[in-house]
Design a protein around this ligand. Structure first.
Ligand code: SF4
Length: 292
């Protein structure tokens, strides 16, 4: 089958000034691919928002135009943190063909703009990318959802968990700002002995939130414990979350990214190392001003 490459036009999103309620510090987002992700995870929020409008195609996502990305980047203030991969994975398999993320990172380096990479791929740890990832600018979060390769493959078509763990350990050993992102954290899919033996100093945890689409697609777990409703999503109650977080013991720093307001306040006050930044990013150079 031959696919036509469609352009992804809305690749850049900036805070609008109306984000007082947002808990996320890094709202500037640049997606090199859109309207589809080859990993096609059953619990994907972006997919749950786009699929019913026929705007989600995991086999042929839209591709952002690098010339337009360059023009946009030239207007971003140096020191800003731009999130790469907010709505799709910027290291999904199509990056091998188009290399838009690669070229974007080069442009961000040139302008001294920080980039927060969130990915379920080990591609970011390949030699080709390590050559261009700038230790002062790159903040890398590699996600896993299960400690078992076969289980994860049932609901996400991404590189295996073992490959992702190897990538995390490699990047951590090289001294980058890297976190194992346990996202979404679904306790029954985790062997805590395996998790706690991963060689990475820092972990970020984000619990699963469930809407009707995710409930329908994600058949590997049951949702009986997801009894708390907020903003059209179901969540685990805080007591259950605390119980599960206590099983994560193998990391020097643990931070929780949270959606439910009362839970967010709890993690911020009792658990997170940086009260102002639940992403807990590390910045080497204080000269570079962060513009969240
Ligand atoms: S990797 Fe991320 S963006 Fe891609 S399908 Fe999975 S959850 Fe969605």
């Amino acid at each position: 089958m031959i696919f036509i490459v469609l352009e992804f036009k809305s690749f850049y999103k900036q805070p609008t000034g109306n984000n007082e309620l947002s808990k996320c510090k890094y709202l500037t987002r640049l997606d090199t691919y859109g309207c589809g992700c080859s990993h096609n995870c059953s619990y994907c929020y972006a997919k749950s928002l786009l699929d019913f409008r026929n705007l989600w195609n995991p086999l042929n996502p839209r591709v952002a135009d690098i010339n337009k990305i360059e023009k946009t980047i030239n207007k971003i203030e140096p020191g800003t943190v731009v999130r790469l991969g907010g709505m799709t994975d910027c290291f999904q398999v199509f990056e091998n063909a188009y290399r838009v993320t690669y070229k974007t990172i080069q442009l961000l380096n040139k302008r001294r703009i920080h980039y927060l990479i969130v990915t379920k791929s080990d591609m970011v740890a390949s030699d080709k990318y390590l050559e261009i990832l700038d230790k002062e600018l790159a903040h890398i979060q590699i996600s896993i959802t299960s400690t078992d390769d076969k289980t994860a493959l049932k609901y996400e078509k991404a590189p295996s968990t073992s490959r992702r763990i190897a990538a995390i350990e490699k990047i951590d050993s090289l001294g980058y700002d890297v976190q194992l992102r346990l996202s979404p954290f679904i306790p029954e899919l985790i062997d805590f002995d395996i998790l706690n033996s991963i060689n990475c100093n820092r972990i970020l945890v984000e619990f699963l939130r469930v809407n009707t689409f995710i409930k329908r697609w994600f058949t590997e777990i049951d949702f009986d414990k997801y009894t708390l409703k907020q903003s059209n999503y179901l969540h685990l109650p805080l007591e259950e979350k605390i119980k599960q977080i206590e099983k994560i013991t193998g990391f020097k720093e643990l931070t929780v990214c949270e959606d439910v307001t009362e839970h967010y306040n709890y993690w911020r006050d009792k658990v997170n190392p940086n009260k102002d930044d639940c992403c807990n990013l590390q910045f080497e150079s204080q000269e570079l001003r962060q513009v969240a």
